[in-house]
Design a protein around this ligand. Structure first.
Ligand code: ADP
Length: 243
């Protein structure tokens, strides 16, 4: 379903991704863990071309792209197949919750506006916001804004949703409601790659846990294998620090 091969990315002389290989099966939930600065966000951003990698290949479904030689058409194809949920929500401030969700389908996918609004209401209901269709982001809590962000991602019917630390900007008491929504979606079999520091959530929701450090994948396995029986010293040290 998704394959990343030998992905490399530098910012100036700072080599942030040093040849990442990663495969994700359809319906799989992959959680990426690792210390701050290890390249997790950059990896997600390179997968959907918010950032252009220097080297490597990205395959999503039938679209195969060489990062260096990607054409506009290929990049557009990848963008259409992916949706990102951002740490800082990134909602349109001057649009209501419902407009935020319906915007992508109408503009990008040329879905009829009434249909997009109808589906948007359904999605907002699914994330527990049926009473907030007409609220602006400033009228919503961080947790509610992030749930709008998740509904917006779902509205695009992506082949994969990329979550970039979706709860790290939230007050602790709001984290649970967002993780609950992500868990609910995961059960529906949507393919997801999630960068998070929420260990018990990772343990709960992941089919596979990938541990990254200094731009490489150090180790990967089932939550059981990583949390209870990590092989690599770097993984053990990280888990000891964070749990
Ligand atoms: P993580 O998500 O694991 O915390 P990041 O991918 O955000 O790591 O960052 C990895 C490294 O890349 C860091 O050293 C960071 O400073 C650097 N970096 C990330 N984005 C940029 C950018 N746009 N310009 C320059 N350096 C960047």
């Amino acid at each position: 379903m998704i394959q990343v091969r030998n992905l490399q990315k530098s910012f100036g002389s700072n080599k942030v991704l040093k040849g990442i290989d990663l495969s994700v099966e359809e319906g799989e939930v992959v959680v990426i863990l690792g210390p701050s600065g290890s390249g997790k966000t950059t990896l997600l951003r390179c997968i959907n071309f918010l950032e252009k990698a220097d080297e490597g290949e990205i395959v999503i479904g039938s679209t195969q792209v060489n990062a260096r030689h990607a054409t506009k058409r290929q990049i557009l194809d990848i963008c259409r197949k992916t949706a990102m949920v951002f740490q800082s929500f990134n909602l349109f401030k001057n649009k209501t919750a419902l407009e935020n969700v319906a915007e992508g389908p109408v503009i990008v996918q040329k879905v009829e506006k009434q249909k997009a609004l109808e589906y948007g209401r359904e999605l907002l209901k699914n994330v527990g916001l049926s009473d907030k269709y007409d609220a602006y982001p400033s009228e919503l809590s961080g947790g509610q804004q992030q749930r709008v962000g998740i509904a917006r991602a779902l509205a695009l019917h992506p082949e994969v949703i990329l979550f970039d630390e979706p709860t790290s900007a939230l007050d602790p008491e709001l984290v649970g409601e967002v993780l609950g929504v992500i868990k609910k979606i995961a059960k529906k079999g949507i393919t997801m790659i999630i960068v998070t520091h929420e260990m018990s959530f990772a343990q709960d929701v992941a089919n596979r846990v990938v541990f990254m450090d200094e731009g490489v994948i150090v180790e990967q396995g089932t939550p059981q294998e990583i949390f209870l029986d990590a092989k690599e010293e770097r993984t053990k040290q990280f888990l000891k620090r964070i749990t």
